[in-house]
Design a binder for this molecule. Structure first.
Ligand code: MCA
Ligand code: AMP
Length: 503
């Protein structure tokens, strides 16, 4: 039987010369492919010593370090299910994920240890991974052997669970199988022409599909190397672009790059590809970047629930304002609200199908069934197909804000604001923002009592900061006497967006 473990696939593409660099760190240290194999092998052996068995979840809320990536690779090879969490998440968010996913192990930062132990209730094992890559996880793994045979997995076995919030406010764990991830890894590395001599400038976080799967898998599938940076910083990117051949980013990265006077054609002379996604790339940014660097950004479109669905062509015309064509192996259709395919150039609901599309939401069979029609996944994105096949994303039917490439579901924030003393109701909306694309803003109706009178914007923001990751906290709070509603009683968010657009 073929082992469909994704790690086995990646490993089969590792370079013959295992001393070839895989990760190049800011301080010049290098992790070779041999180092990656040995260190992930030690962590995989540690899992067995902790009595974890394949299928157990391993949750991680850690900063981006080489060791964090190794933890992911160790999970793959040992058959564990990797559950990454944004380090910005607070108690409210983490406790939900742990209770829902019931991991066998939680790897956290030392500053979260007290909270982690409290939430683990003695049931979940807790180990630490510090922001410098040390910690009890690595210390414990050091006692184990390097050699580890990749655990046999079937294509449908879960490799990772990534939580995406939802329009109902209750986050859903998207289960991605070894087959899902492998399908996208194979297609993307080939479609974007990854070669062993490539050097990817990796500045994305590693707790989302974009940085963890799309970027890392392309490199590992081609035996290439990555300049592995802890985060995005435009100045630092300028220092490193001359050493790189590929860059991947969210639109905010490109907005910030073109603000740098040092961004020139000469600086990008060695580069062969710039990829953008996770949020719409404005045509001004697309054009300005081309003028400044001579490079045409390749925009692609995807989602946590299936990785990448479409891409502009590598060799053909990369058209601004479009996300290109469905990738090989992904079918995409655009349908009206009754599910009938619409004509070219007509806006409809985007649905996708393919080996990359996830296997369902963890513990939510009904929710999963609702999101599929005959195997087609409803993305919640609206778009159209041009007569020559290019897909454009026109909007979203789901109530979602994308701020700097990070998703914020208004419902989650509205529920917390509505529970505050002095609040009658609220509506959270996205308003245009020059840096983040969209900024989270709240419109709040206060109660007419003393609590309402005393409540100010700073109180609301202060309370939200205690409970939620900072990027979800509204950048602005507006007060209103009532929320506009239609005859069905539904809040008219479009009206609110128009009213406050220039605020
Ligand atoms: C940080 N802050 C933000 C954001 N990030 N506010 C709104 N939106 C954000 N995205 C807040 C912080 O809480 C802080 O607030 C202040 O801004 C400065 O924080 P700092 O960490 O210094 O910000 P930064 O380093 O400038 O980060 C901004 C960033 C980062 C570089 C745009 O958010 C980022 O790397 N985003 C990429 C996310 C990503 O990988 N998305 C892909 C998802 P305060 O001052 O109040 O403390 S995967 C996906 O969507 C699908 C599959 C796809 O298609 O790819
Ligand atoms: P996530 O749930 O974090 O995976 O975010 C996926 C969502 O990001 C998609 O459903 C789209 O709404 C949006 N998205 C991703 N790439 C693009 C793009 N190139 N243009 C517009 N929206 C995008």
């Amino acid at each position: 039987m073929i082992n469909e473990n994704l790690y086995a696939l990646l490993q089969s593409h590792f370079p013959k010369d295992s001393n070839k660099p895989c990760l190049i760190l800011p301080d010049g240290r290098i992790w070779t492919y041999a180092d990656i194999e040995r260190a992930s092998g030690r962590i995989a052996n540690l899992f067995a010593a902790l009595d974890l068995v394949p299928g157990d979840r391993v949750a991680a809320q850690v900063e981006k370090t080489p060791e964090a990536l190794l933890l992911y690779l160790a999970c793959l090879r040992a058959g564990m299910v990797f559950l990454p969490m944004n380090p910005a998440y607070q108690r409210h968010e983490i406790s939900y994920f742990l209770a829902d996913a019931r991991p066998g192990l939680f790897v956290c930062r030392p500053q979260m240890r007290g909270l982690a132990d409290e939430m683990a209730k003695g049931v979940i094992k807790v180990l630490e991974l510090n922001d410098d890559g040390r910690g009890s996880l690595i210390a414990a793994a050091a006692a184990h052997r390097d050699a580890h045979s990749v655990v046999a997995r079937k294509g449908d076995d879960i490799a990772s669970i990534l939580y995406t919030s939802g329009t109902t406010g209750r986050p859903k764990g998207a289960m991605l199988s070894h087959r899902n991830l492998a399908a996208n890894a194979k297609v993307l590395s080939a479609y974007w022409h990854f070669q062993p001599h490539d050097v990817l400038l990796h500045m994305l976080p590693t707790f989302h599909v974009h940085g963890l799967f799309v970027a890392s898998h392309c490199v590992l599938m081609s035996g290439a190397a990555m300049l592995f940076e802890p985060n995005f910083n435009a100045r630092r990117a300028l220092d490193l672009l001359p050493r790189a051949t590929v860059f991947m980013g969210v639109p905010t990265y490109y907005v910030r790059l073109i603000k740098e006077p040092g961004l020139t054609k000469a600086l990008c002379a060695r580069m062969r590809l710039f990829v953008s996604g996770s949020a719409p790339l404005l045509s001004e940014t697309f054009e300005e970047f081309r003028t400044r660097t001579g490079h045409t950004i390749l925009e692609r479109y995807g989602m946590t629930e299936g990785g990448m669905f479409t891409s502009n062509p590598y060799a053909g015309e990369r058209r601004g304002g479009t996300v290109g064509f469905p990738l090989p192996g992904t079918e995409l259709r655009i349908v009206d609200d009754q599910g009938h395919p619409v004509a070219d150039a007509t806006v409809g609901n985007i649905e996708v199908r393919g080996e990359n599309v996830f296997i369902g939401y963890w513990g939510m069979p009904e929710k999963t069934a609702e999101e599929f029609t005959d195997g087609w996944f409803k993305t919640g994105d609206m778009g159209s197909r041009n007569p020559d096949g290019y897909i454009s994303i026109i909007g979203r039917s789901k109530d979602l804000i994308i701020s700097g490439g990070l998703n914020v579901y208004p419902k989650e924030i509205e529920e917390i604001i509505d529970a505050l003393p002095g609040v009658t109701e609220s509506a959270v909306i996205g308003l245009p923002h020059p840096d983040f694309g969209e900024a989270v803003c709240a419109v709040v109706v206060k109660s007419k009592d003393e609590k309402g009178l005393a409540l100010g914007a700073a109180d609301i923001i202060g309370e939200l900061k205690k409970q939620l990751a900072n990027f979800k906290v509204p950048k602005q709070v507006f007060f209103a006497t009532e929320l506009p509603r239609n005859s069905m009683g539904k809040v008219q968010k479009n009206e609110l967006r128009q009213k406050h657009a220039s605020a």
